[in-house]
Design a protein around this ligand. Structure first.
Ligand SMILES: O=P(O)(O)OP(=O)(O)OP(=O)(O)OC[C@H]1O[C@@H](n2cnc3c(O)ncnc32)[C@H](O)[C@@H]1O
Ligand SMILES: [Mg+2]
Length: 204
């Protein structure tokens, strides 16, 4: 395989997948390259369900192998919210700055040791004519009291990674791409790749 479509219009995700797959010699396309593929509603109650919905819809439409990423942030002090609603946390119109502002206001007064959280990433691989495979991974950290850093996307400026002493947005892209929920899920996918693709699945 020399090219894979990621069923997303999130430019931050596309950038990370492009870097992660570049190491593997695979070129990444996204739905930004296929603007006619309609958005699907993320009606699932889990990251895995939503990843499957997005991957299968795009694979059906494009008739080619597709990976979808459904991800989000689970905050312990909020009972796991925003969870699968992370993108729409502050309203249907997705907006990272408003999502962060809402998160910080909900956590106001919560001490650092109780601000534990984790990013989740579910990756679904849909290949026409085959069962869809899903892998999942997480990345643990804390929610800071104020945003820091310019890198990454989404909630990265308020997600503190204790092992690095930095927020996800303060890490270089290569550093995030080693420790992130997305990088870990992709590593799992790689372990299962031959089974998913199947011996006769791809001749390229
Ligand atoms: O569904 P697609 O088109 O892929 O794009 P999306 O942005 O809607 O993506 P999701 O439905 O998976 O929602 C993910 C939410 O979690 C956030 N998120 C996911 N991965 C993240 C990461 O690595 N760093 C920071 N925030 C992240 C992201 O900003 C969204 O608010
Ligand atoms: Mg989405």
């Amino acid at each position: 395989m020399t090219e894979i479509v990621i069923a997303t219009k999130n430019a931050g995700k596309v950038r990370e997948f492009a870097a992660l797959f570049e190491k593997r010699g695979i070129e990444v396309k996204s739905l930004l390259d296929f603007p006619d593929v309609p958005d699907v509603e993320e009606t699932g109650s889990t990251f895995a369900e939503n990843a499957k919905i997005k991957a299968e819809a795009a694979a059906d439409r494009l008739r080619r192998p597709v990976i979808a990423d459904d991800s989000g942030l689970a905050v312990d002090a909020l009972g796991g919210r925003p969870g699968v609603y992370s993108a729409r946390y502050a309203g249907e119109e997705k907006n990272d700055a408003r999502n962060i502002a809402k998160l910080l206001s909900e956590l106001e007064g919560v001490p650092m040791e109780k601000r534990t959280a984790r990013f989740h990433c579910a990756l679904a691989v849909a290949i026409p004519g085959r069962p869809t495979a899903v892998v999942e991974a997480t990345c643990d950290g804390y929610i800071t009291e104020a945003p820091r850093g310019e890198g990454g996307f989404g909630y990265d400026p308020v997600f503190y990674v204790p092992e690095r002493g930095k927020t996800m947005a303060e890490l270089a892209p290569d550093e995030k791409n080693v420790i992130s929920h997305r990088a870990k899920a992709l590593a799992k996918l790689e372990e299962q790749w031959d089974d998913i693709i199947g011996e006769k699945g791809e001749s390229e």
